[in-house]
Design a protein around this ligand. Structure first.
Ligand code: SF4
Length: 351
């Protein structure tokens, strides 16, 4: 492997790389934005193709999930508590923002713990938290249920759309030559999965989030790809250990069980989600409030699915920057701060 001693050497290596063309998928939306923000795309050799993958939780949440939340707000009179970016995501019929304008109660909170606290302080309301995210945030979602049990309140529930990365890594493996694995996910689940993936021929590097960490991970990835053998490197060892966080995994295992999950624009990935176990059905909004199945899928022309699978870049979507922009998002990838379309729009739609 070429020896690189500092970031200016790394930058030069990535700028002047002239080996075989490589595709690297940055799975995580935070990586996508940070790579843009640091200007890394601007100097990469044209032989290094970065693909923005499915790691933005809002972007991969299906429109039917928003329909369920709207139903709870307008038909069941529930108070919806959520992070801000989900409020503007279009559902098949309307967004939560529109539901709020029609009298639905939609409250932005900073954490699921705050949502549970709100429920405790407002016993007259049925409060539902929109539980959307990956391994990084799921533990705090289940802690809110744990708190509700401890506080003996029965007016709090989760509407789950939590997803797990292993299924997505498998499903996307043919779209990339190597993954830039999200450091915060692997701080929870550890490194064994990546080692197993490398055994099965799927390469990747765990990356941190600073410019230097991203440059290092990208440099390692390109150099290792040039060697032509499947590999795994943990380039974020200051945070990611082999074991991850057994305590966080244990609390998730206590309350949640695996389920099939629908990914917006990608489809159903077997075993790629988690839902509350049957014994916690009182905290499962779908069961508690008898939400009907939301089957309707509106055709919008949005190409989020192709973007999330690396088949096109956001600026190749015919709607990009025309009818779809951050003020009027057609798809979730333009809504979320972590979305690839939003990143392309914000940073000039380059490369
Ligand atoms: S630009 Fe808008 S419509 Fe096109 S893929 Fe992105 S979010 Fe969807």
């Amino acid at each position: 492997m070429t020896s690189i001693t500092d970031t200016s050497d790394l930058k030069k290596y990535l700028e002047t790389y002239d080996g075989p063309e490589v595709r690297i998928m940055e799975v995580c939306g935070t990586h996508t934005h940070e790579i843009f923000r640091q200007g890394i795309r601007n100097f990469l050799s044209p032989k290094i193709n970065l693909i923005s993958g499915p790691g933005c939780p809002v972007c991969v949440t299906p429109a039917s999930y928003i329909d369920e939340a709207v139903y709870l707000a307008l038909e069941k009179g529930c108070t919806i508590t959520t992070f801000g970016d989900l409020v503007r995501v279009p559902g098949n019929v309307k967004s939560l923002q529109q539901a709020r304008a029609e009298g639905g109660k939609v409250k932005v909170v900073y954490s699921p713990i705050d949502a549970e606290k709100y429920a405790k302080d407002h016993p007259e309301e049925q409060v539902v938290f929109l539980s959307v995210g990956f391994e990084t945030t799921t533990p705090s979602d289940v802690i809110s249920v744990q708190n509700a049990i401890k506080d003996k309140i029965n007016n709090f529930a989760l509407l789950t759309a939590n997803k797990t990365m292993p299924g997505a890594y498998e499903a996307m493996a043919s779209s990339t030559d190597a993954y830039l694995y999200p450091g915060h996910v692997h701080a929870i689940i550890g490194t064994q999965l990546c080692k197993d993936m490398a055994e099965r021929g799927v390469s990747g590097t765990i990356a941190g989030f600073t410019g230097e960490e991203l440059l290092t991970a990208l440099g390692i990835t390109v150099m290792k790809l040039a060697e032509g053998k499947p590999f795994f490197v943990n380039a974020y060892p200051r945070v990611v250990t082999d074991a991850g966080s057994p305590a966080a995994c244990a609390i998730v295992d206590k309350y949640l069980k695996p389920c099939d999950a629908e990914w917006r624009g990608i489809g159903m990935i077997p075993g790629s989600g988690v839902e509350l176990k049957d014994e916690y059905a009182d905290y499962d909004a779908r069961k508690k409030h008898s939400i009907p199945k939301m089957e309707y899928e509106k055709k919008t022309g949005c190409k989020c699915g192709n973007v999330l699978q690396g088949q096109i870049k956001p600026n190749q979507c015919p709607l990009f920057g025309k009818v779809c922009n951050p003020d009027h998002p057609v798809g979730a990838c333009m809504v979320s701060d972590e979305g690839a379309c939003s990143a392309f729009y914000m940073y000039g739609g380059q490369s």
